[in-house]
Design a protein around this ligand. Structure first.
Ligand code: RRO
Length: 322
């Protein structure tokens, strides 16, 4: 029995990986991931130059959730290109997550990532919720996003080595959002989508101090952890039914156990990212969750991850496509 899966044209030893942002900013963190039982090393979303991010405290977790407003704190894209080079010797694919801040700079990062032999795949983050001087999230504004992707298209077309390129999406809520976004994913030829980024603009209050648990933006930040799992499963299921099957889904949100992964796979994810639980338990989480998943697979009679993907038994037959 195996946890391996192909993500587009790349074979992963495990369908589990870290979520961008969770323990993947510094070289030591990335090295730790490279030595763990995860199938991919995913970098922190990177900007052209290093960013210090928002004031601390900017991350908090408790039993069932995390909230963050890191503000895209990262070491700049060149750092992640070099890290990929140094970590490549152990052969684990490196996924560069690219932030979408300033058009021209973003396109230059994309260009470099496509040219680097050490970057196996690219996740374009169009859903960062915590940038202080903006009050929109690109992925919620379909006309703006369409215009943005039109400008990005010439760079996407330069993908000579056919590296898998995907977009990381925020949670959607209304049926028209799933339909409009699906059309854009097909139009621009993305190979995978990551569902979902943290649920934006949440507030958590500490009773002892009568204050928000994080400092930036009056305590407003992105929510992760098991509280958001039903939202994530719904997003996976809806996109899975709307998109052509060759566009793969990476689930992200609320994964603490092998059973959580199993639910993501049933809903239609081919791979699953772990964020909050990785922050809580460190990189041993991949082995623990992987073993739990294998136990469920054995019980249910599955040999491979691919046999589970999208096999949720709906109560009423539903039509695929938008
Ligand atoms: O750095 C962040 O504040 C951050 C980012 Br870029 C993101 O995509 N998602 C998130 O929850 N935090």
């Amino acid at each position: 029995m195996s946890l391996s899966i192909n993500l587009v044209n790349i074979k992963l030893e495990s369908c589990l990986m870290n979520a961008s942002g969770a323990l993947c900013t510094t070289y030591d963190e990335l090295k730790d991931l490279s030595q763990s039982q995860s199938g991919v090393i995913v970098s922190k979303s990177c900007s052209y130059v290093e960013r210090k991010g928002n004031p601390k405290p900017r991350y908090y977790h408790s039993d069932n959730f995390s909230i963050n407003s890191m503000g895209l704190a990262n070491l700049g894209y060149n750092f992640y290109l070099s890290s990929a080079k140094y970590l490549n010797s152990n052969q684990k694919p490196f996924m560069m997550s690219i932030a979408t801040l300033d058009d021209e700079y973003t396109f230059q990062i994309l260009d470099s990532a496509l040219k680097s032999p050490h970057i196996a795949m690219i996740e374009i983050n169009i859903s960062c919720p915590n940038i202080c001087n903006t009050d929109t999230i690109l992925a919620y504004h379909f006309t703006d996003l369409d215009n943005y992707l039109t400008k990005m298209k010439p760079y996407l077309d330069k993908n000579e080595n056919s590296k898998p390129i995907g977009v990381k999406l925020p949670p959607y809520w209304e049926p028209y959002q799933f339909k409009e976004m699906s059309k854009l994913i097909v139009k621009y030829g993305f190979n995978f989508i990551t569902l979902v980024n943290s649920v934006p603009n949440c507030l958590v209050i500490d009773t002892d101090t009568d204050s928000p648990v994080i400092k930036p933006k009056n305590g407003i930040g992105g929510l992760g952890g098991s509280y958001i799992k039903p939202v994530v499963l719904s997003n996976i299921s809806q996109f899975y039914r709307l998109l052509p099957k060759e566009i793969q889904i990476i689930g992200c949100g609320g994964v603490e156990t092998g059973e959580d992964v199993y639910h993501h796979l049933l809903a239609g994810a081919s791979c699953v990212q772990i964020g909050t639980s990785l922050m809580k338990h460190g990189t041993n989480i991949f082995e623990a969750v992987g073993n739990e998943l294998k136990t469920i697979m054995k019980m249910k009679g599955y040999d491979s991850i691919g046999q589970i993907v999208g096999h949720l038994k709906y109560n009423t037959p539903m039509q695929d496509g938008y």
